[in-house]
Ligand binder design. Structure first.
Ligand SMILES: [Zn+2]
Length: 69
């Protein structure tokens, strides 16, 4: 039975945050953390593509910043 690999070209099993792209190897791989250890986001295991759709709509209706002057 193989343990963790050492040296070059090893495949490391771990988690990667969808938000900040932070990757880490947990002590227990079967234990999925609730939040990302780096950005503390609870949505680190979910892709953010769905968010972008809503955000794009908001971006399209930009606030008129220039009208202030
Ligand atoms: Zn993160």
């Amino acid at each position: 039975m193989k343990k963790e690999g050492f040296g070059v070209n090893v495949l490391i099993v771990g988690h990667r945050c969808f938000r900040c792209e932070h990757a880490w190897v947990p002590r227990n791989i079967s234990e999925v953390p609730e939040i990302c250890p780096k950005c503390k986001s609870p949505y680190w295991k979910k892709p953010k593509t769905r968010f972008n759709k809503n955000e794009k709509k908001k971006l399209n209706s930009k606030k008129k910043k220039e009208s202030k002057r």
